[in-house]
Design a protein around this ligand. Structure first.
Ligand code: GLU
Length: 549
């Protein structure tokens, strides 16, 4: 067989060679140790936490080493493509603090190693395939899907490995004349790799997360170019990551099984292997079974990144949590320096988890509390406003008109040695502070059982009579104590506990009535402070409303 002639027959219009492309895309001029990483999503429209997890690893590896992180769009599977998926992807990643140095962007793309969208790279892949055909390392295969399926069934029945390999690769050795006749007759074909793998031999490849990968060689004649003229994932990965000069391929562990194919393709092209970084899938403890399982798109809304935006998580909190589950040393590093910039953390792939990373929403919430405790009231206000503008126009109007009040609300117990840690995400924060707004005020707690309805009215009546917003915290509390004693309640809770028969209840029950009247809740931040923020009129109105109850 004259392979040159075959290559010309199949790819007449392709004139460039691998050497030409080596010149167009020369090795990058980067300092020693700089890593080049990429995120390579398919534009399916669903961007999830696992994508962000991987993207953060890509971004950190590149940027802690002075390297480059780029975005490549893997759109060779037309069936799965969703309109408008790319801008959403870019916005979402950027929201969580991931920006790319080069590659696809909203305007199109930027960078010297493009095109960064695979569907625009057909002639590059074809030039590489043409080279392999010319070398006798790839060949056209005209087998139909039905034919292959029938063959698989026979192989399975005979206890053999299914697939196109060895003697089952029926079109491996077609004569030039036969190929020519079929091509001229308009028959469709794919291009397959002519595998020379020996399953008894093992190859090795470097994986920065898992150490050296060692697996048997691939024997299958895998498809490298589809009927559409576009490559399969396997071939596109090899060509793109070589020509784009990727040094570290961070991707999901589901690609581990295909490494033998990839290694063989790199070798067939005569190219060095990148370092693989196969990360893990995110798992959770299933609420029903108590077992660890993969996060599922159908069952777990928290898998979607939109969930965090909608709930109003600070992107920084989500990122901080992902850093913790990405790198086993991060949490300790953070404890040692709570204020350090996460970008100063020496991120290393060897500290990444290599088996099912556990995702725990409660832990994320705890991390978020710590992150928010370090924010200023103004930062929280601005964030709440942006969140409301996007998801709750009614709250946006409410928050805009009450800026001064909200700044004071968010400032309660902020700063200092032990800041309050009760703010988690916007939706929860609003729930936490909504009693400041009349239109959202409801009684959420029961009145204290120790206080009769009659006493309750009496407490509120006396309270309102004595209420003076000019009182400081201690003068204010003195008045409550006076009411407590007058109505037969213990001024000190411990006296009541010692002699429950002597009192109706204690000062906590009396102040509880006032607290519920004003906030609707048995628990709130310091009540005096709350009242100072609400203002005299609002306080009086709440007490009067409660007296009618
Ligand atoms: N397009 C592939 C995917 O969506 C990317 C895998 C890779 O990063 O190489 O899974």
């Amino acid at each position: 067989m004259d392979h040159d002639k075959l290559a010309e027959l199949l790819f007449r219009d392709i004139t460039k060679t691998p050497e030409d492309y080596e010149k167009i895309y020369p090795p990058r001029d980067l300092p020693e140790g700089a890593m080049v990483t990429r995120m390579a999503p398919s534009p399916t429209g669903f961007i999830h936490l696992g994508n962000l997890y991987g993207a953060l690893a890509d971004e950190r590896l590149a940027h802690t080493t002075g390297g480059v992180c780029f975005l490549r769009i893997e759109d060779t599977d037309e069936k799965r493509e969703v309109e408008g998926a790319i801008p959403v992807l870019l916005d979402t990643l950027s929201y969580f603090g991931i920006d790319f140095d080069e590659g696809a962007n909203k305007e199109g793309e930027s960078g010297a190693y493009g095109p960064y969208t695979q569907s625009k790279r057909a002639d590059i892949y074809q030039a590489m395939v043409k080279y392999l055909v010319r070398q006798g390392k790839a060949y056209p295969c005209f087998m139909s899907e039905e034919e292959i399926e029938a063959m698989r069934e026979e192989q399975k029945a005979a206890g053999l490995d299914p697939g196109v390999y060895g003697k089952y690769a029926r079109h491996r050795n077609l004569s030039y004349e036969e190929v020519e006749a079929r091509v001229k007759a308009g028959e469709e074909f794919v291009i397959r790799l002519r595998s020379e793998g020996d399953p008894s031999k093992y190859f090795t490849a470097a994986d920065a997360i898992r150490g050296t990968i060692s697996m048997p060689e691939n024997v299958q004649d895998v498809v490298i170019l589809k009927k559409t003229g576009l490559p399969t994932y396997h071939f596109a990965h090899v060509v793109d990551d070589h020509l784009m000069r990727t040094t570290h391929v961070v991707r999901g562990e589901e690609w581990m099984a295909s490494v033998p194919i990839h290694v063989q393709l790199f070798e067939a092209m005569g190219w060095p292997l990148p370092v693989f970084c196969h990360n893990t899938v995110l798992m959770k403890i299933d609420e029903e079974t108590g077992q660890k399982r993969k996060l599922s798109k159908r069952k777990d809304p928290e898998l979607s990144l939109e969930y965090y935006k909608k709930q109003g998580y600070f992107p920084e909190a989500v990122r901080e949590y992902l850093m913790i589950i990405l790198n086993s040393d991060y949490e300790e590093w953070r404890l040692a320096d709570p204020l350090a910039d996460y970008r100063d953390f020496p991120f290393s792939p060897s500290k990444m988890s290599d088996s099912g990373t556990l995702f725990d929403l409660n832990k994320l919430n705890d991390v978020s509390k710590d992150v928010l405790a370090r924010k200023s009231a103004a930062e929280i206000y601005d964030f709440m406003l942006d969140w409301a503008e996007e998801y709750h126009p009614d709250l946006f109007r409410l928050f805009s008109g009450k800026k001064d009040m909200l700044l004071r609300v968010f400032d309660i117990d902020r700063g200092g040695e032990k800041p309050r840690k009760d703010l988690v995400y916007a939706e929860q924060i609003f729930g936490f502070i909504k009693y400041f707004f009349d239109e959202h005020f409801v009684y959420e707690s029961e009145w204290p059982a120790e206080v009769s309805a009659e006493d309750r009215r009496e407490i509120l009546k006396r309270y309102i009579e004595g209420y003076d917003p000019a009182d400081d915290n201690s003068a204010w509390f003195e008045k409550i104590r006076a009411i407590t004693a007058d109505l037969g309640y213990a001024v000190k809770p411990k006296d009541y506990k010692k002699n429950p028969g002597m009192y109706k209840g204690h000062v906590g029950h009396v102040s509880g009535v006032i607290r519920i009247a004003i906030t609707g809740r048995a628990n709130s931040p310091d009540l005096w402070t709350v009242q100072q923020i609400m203002g005299e009129q609002a306080v009086r109105a709440r007490i009067e409303k409660a007296m009618e109850n």
